[in-house]
Design a protein around this ligand. Structure first.
Ligand code: TYC
Length: 102
């Protein structure tokens, strides 16, 4: 126990190791209407994928229904989902982006 600047008692406990943050997958979902080029652009713009990787992920989603764009901490994953959903809505595409705990 120590006292802080105002004299308040502060109790701290030691821990064996600091906890690593939980990780979340950000996923794109397939639909019948969003243009393939738009999905490729999203992967390049928000997930920093090169042209080849963006096309590979887009085609994976197109054929399998869902695919991984990246793995992030909670706040970063949440920000990516919001950015993609806002961008899709702005362009009037039904593209869906979601996150799931790893
Ligand atoms: N299925 C869409 C089409 O044929 C392309 C598409 C791919 C849409 C991936 C969404 O997450 C998606 N135009």
């Amino acid at each position: 126990t120590r006292r802080d600047g105002s004299g308040t008692a502060v109790i701290t406990r030691t821990r064996a190791q600091t906890k690593r943050p939980s990780l979340y997958r950000v996923l794109l979902l397939n639909d019948d209407y969003t243009p393939m080029e738009f999905v490729v652009h999203v992967l390049q713009r928000f997930f920093n994928k090169n042209t080849d990787e963006a096309n590979r992920i887009m085609l994976h989603v197109h054929h399998h229904g869902v695919g991984e764009c990246g793995v992030f901490t909670y706040e970063v994953a949440e920000t990516k989902v919001t950015q993609v959903m806002d961008f899709a809505r702005k362009h009037q595409h039904p593209l869906q982006c979601v996150m799931e705990k790893k």
